[in-house]
Write a protein that binds this ligand. Structure first.
Ligand code: 5AD
Length: 456
């Protein structure tokens, strides 16, 4: 096969295209990857047709997600048979499959896991020098991916990673083997970046980590996670601070107290539960019981202001009996989540549960998933309808020209549609709710002045 890497030789105009799959960490990694490439003289383009370098930033949390990249690679192979491009596979599938990717997709030149992103400049240099097979697969790292330049895609919400990797060993989860060990960024660096973001005009900051509340400050200040939340929330000019994803094991009352005492900390907590059955929790190696989880929920519900709660649930995990699933259903009633992300269990390589039988048939998983989603739909509909007549502050995130509607979010992360204008994106408005569905609210601008927002 011809070597396409001359397309990247120094001096030539180099363009890149990144497609991202999966979680917000991946979305933010792509912003940092783009920054790294731009610093090396590459130029971003909107389509793979225009690009010299095509990168797939992949997810392997479930099998379906992991397969997506191979289907994309198949399409590219056909499209560029006579005009080969430089193609890289990054992220979790890269780490999981390693050099096997070259066998399955020989047109790939770069395979790099997220724990090796700091080596990306070296890897690019190797590609530019004409190397055909370049890998970054070292997982044993204590470094975070720090970049001089981050090309943020969203002009008003800034993602910011505070902890990378994962040290939990949940029996179903591939992340510890694809993202490497936990490593926290120091509080002084995080706070300096937050201040910079506010100076640049961002009003919402979302702190990210696979287990965001396992963050431990390596700086001498030794802030706790709740203290860090408070410090970020107090930065002048900031209006909204969110954080995701929290693990129940590290969820403390101090986090709730921080939200209570800082109005800029959003009224929203995502706390993955995974199952309502203690027996399943223990098989999943989650480290808490149903009762312990509910005690944390109770602590959130007793907060001085209402905090919305969302969760992740897996149905059909190894050994999940009908009675276990019923407990997940009763948990939905006990908690009354505002949003639930639910998934059929998908066995993953290199996990503790990979060696066990995938005991719940696919059809039964599907039935449980539908039953759970329908039940939760009713709960959400009820909760959202209870908000009719209430007024919320909404940050407009997009505008739908066909409908003439602004689409925004409340601090509790509810989506609100209301008549608006394209230039409202990035600004805050007070909106009164007039109608509600299970997944969003409809409203009208309340009779008050626009409360500002983006400073740019
Ligand atoms: N199968 C199905 N869902 C999974 N998740 C993680 N691993 C798996 C798996 N093997 C879900 C969990 C997690 C969310 C991000 O993805 O609910 O919280």
């Amino acid at each position: 096969m011809n070597l396409p890497t001359e397309a990247l030789t120094p001096g030539s105009a180099k363009t890149f295209y990144i497609e991202t799959f999966g979680c917000q960490m991946n979305v933010h990694d792509a912003e940092k990857l783009a920054g790294t490439l731009i610093s090396r003289g590459y130029r971003p383009v909107e389509t793979h047709e225009e690009a010299d370098l095509i990168l797939y930033n992949t997810c392997s949390i479930r099998e379906k997600a992991a397969e997506k990249v191979f289907s994309r690679l198949g399409t590219l192979k056909k499209a560029y048979r006579n005009n080969p491009k430089v193609i890289g596979v990054l992220g979790c599938v890269a780490q999981q499959e390693g050099e096997r990717i070259f066998e399955r997709a020989p047109q790939v030149s770069l395979v790099c896991g997220s724990a090796s992103y700091t080596k990306l400049p070296d890897l690019l240099e190797q590609l530019e020098a004409g190397n055909r097979r370049v890998t970054g697969l070292d997982l044993d790292t204590d470094e975070c991916f720090e970049t001089e330049l981050t090309r943020r895609d969203n002009p008003f919400r800034a993602y910011l990673t505070i902890i990378e990797g994962c040290d939990q060993r949940c029996a179903f989860c591939v992340v510890p083997t694809t993202r490497g060990p936990e490593r926290s960024r120091p509080s002084d660096k995080i706070l300096a970046e937050c201040r910079r973001l506010v100076d640049e005009g961002y009003t919402e900051i979302q702190l990210l980590g696979q287990i965001v509340n396992a963050w431990e400050d390596p700086a001498p200040a030794r802030l706790s996670f709740a203290e860090l939340l408070g410090r970020v929330a107090e930065i002048a000019g900031i209006r909204r601070v969110r954080f995701t994803t929290s693990h129940p094991r590290y969820f403390t009352p101090e986090i709730v107290q921080a939200i209570e005492s800082h109005p800029t900390l959003c009224d929203q907590i995502h706390l993955p539960e995974q199952s309502g059955s203690t027996r399943v929790h223990s098989r999943m190696l989650r480290g808490y019981s149903r009762e312990e989880y509910l005690a944390k929920i109770d602590c959130i519900r007793r907060a001085k202001r209402a905090i919305s709660i969302s969760t992740d649930i897996i149905v059909g995990f190894w050994g999940e009996a009908t009675g276990d699933f019923e407990q997940t259903m009763t948990l939905l009633d006990a908690v009354e989540y505002d949003q639930v992300f639910s998934f059929k269990y998908s066995p993953r390589p290199n996990t503790a549960a990979a060696g066990y039988e995938d005991s719940v048939p696919e059809e039964e998983k599907g039935r449980r998933l539908s039953a759970l989603q329908e039940h939760q739909r009713q709960i959400q509909l009820r909760r959202n309808q209870a908000a009719i007549g209430d007024e919320f502050e909404v940050l407009v995130e997009s505008y739908q020209p066909r409908l003439g509607q602004a689409v925004g979010r409340t601090t509790s992360n509810r989506v609100v549609n209301f008549p608006g204008a394209p230039e409202w994106v990035g600004r805050y408005f007070h909106v009164r709710v007039t109608a509600a569905g299970p997944n969003s609210l409809v409203g009208v601008r309340a009779d008050r002045a626009d409360s500002g927002g983006m400073t740019r």
